[in-house]
Design a protein around this ligand. Structure first.
Ligand SMILES: NC(=O)c1ccc[n+]([C@@H]2O[C@H](COP(=O)([O-])OP(=O)(O)OC[C@H]3O[C@@H](n4cnc5c(N)ncnc54)[C@H](OP(=O)(O)O)[C@@H]3O)[C@@H](O)[C@H]2O)c1
Length: 280
């Protein structure tokens, strides 16, 4: 595994496993439990140590499957990220959500706890105060956010005594300017995070596979040139950038292995630029 600095003393794996749709979408789906658990276990055996989940995924069932999958591994060797729902951002709700996540994950601590999506209807002050308490109680190690603009990040930082170390946003070869929640991704959010030592986690790094279905000449040329697959090029382009890590989801062992093959080599600066400019 390769790492980037989350803080001066803590590293975060550059490649993690996404778990959206493992255990259901917005509601609990138990029909593929064995497959989901096997995929998470298999990923850890292959060398993944960072797992990204959320109380939203499968209405908590994704966290339950992660909990079952990790129970026989050394907890301290893993890095678990989970997220609190935007409707649970009141002080008491944040504490209750974190406790629910800990129970489902069968763990004493969450490595990185994120506000899943900003909610302008709830004062960010009370959310951040609850996050601070969770850090004090050692229930969470680090605080982060997701889908936050620069203004929202600055405001949240004003109300916490801890540093916000992560912003998880939609970012991939085809999503550069605006995504589902954010605009000015490349022009504002990423530079701000890079300048302020905030790790950016790129979600939907493979555009849910769309990247492979729509033929792209440059991507194919580069895959041939480096003897890598399209997904390896797409992931390498992300993790080659300052402060960016990513979390592709897969329950397919061939894909899990393939995505790990995005590590250990680098696209040249010239080819990074070509992807930066031509695929926009
Ligand atoms: N913070 C947020 O608001 C937010 C929003 C969305 C997602 N996320 C997180 O980000 C993670 C990743 O995003 P995502 O799941 O939406 O999309 P994604 O990782 O871009 O794409 C996942 C899809 O790509 C396929 N895939 C994976 N590796 C492949 C490969 N090597 N070749 C071909 N297909 C491949 C997977 O199928 P197989 O399973 O068959 O491999 C799956 O259908 C999520 O799982 C979740 O943890 C966060």
């Amino acid at each position: 595994m390769e790492y980037k600095n989350l803080t001066k003393n803590t590293k975060i794996p550059v490649l993690g496993l996404g778990t959206w749709e493992i255990g259901g979408r917005m509601s609990r789906d138990t029909s593929y439990d064995a497959e989901g658990i096997a995929a998470i276990r298999g990923a850890i055996e292959l060398g993944y140590t960072h797992i990204d989940t959320a109380e939203m995924y499968g209405a908590g069932h994704s966290e339950e499957l992660v909990g079952l999958a990790i129970k026989d591994f050394d907890r301290d060797s893993l890095f678990i990220t989970t997220k609190v729902l935007p409707e649970h951002l009141r002080y008491k709700d944040v504490i209750k959500s974190a406790e629910g996540s800990l129970k489902r994950l069968k763990t004493d601590y969450i490595d990185l706890y994120l506000i899943h999506v900003p909610n302008p209807k709830i004062s960010i002050k009370e959310t951040m105060q609850a996050m601070d308490l969770l850090v004090k109680q050692k229930k969470i190690r680090f605080i982060g956010v997701s889908n936050f603009s620069v203004e929202q990040l600055k405001e949240a930082q004003d109300f916490t005594e801890n540093k916000i170390v992560n912003n998880q946003i939609e970012y991939n070869l085809l999503t550069r300017h605006s995504g589902m929640y954010n605009v000015n991704i490349e022009s504002e959010i990423i530079p701000f995070c890079q300048e302020n030592e905030i790790i950016i986690t790129a979600w939907k790094p493979l555009v849910k596979g769309i990247l492979f279905r729509e033929k792209n000449k440059l991507l194919e040329e580069l895959a041939l040139k480096y003897d890598k697959t399209l997904s390896q090029i797409a992931i390498n382009w992300l993790i080659n950038k300052k402060n960016i890590i990513t979390i592709p989801k897969s329950t397919n062992f061939k894909h899990l292995k393939e995505n790990l093959g995005a590590l250990g080599w680098k696209l040249s600066e010239e080819d990074m630029k070509k992807l930066d400019e031509k695929l926009r």
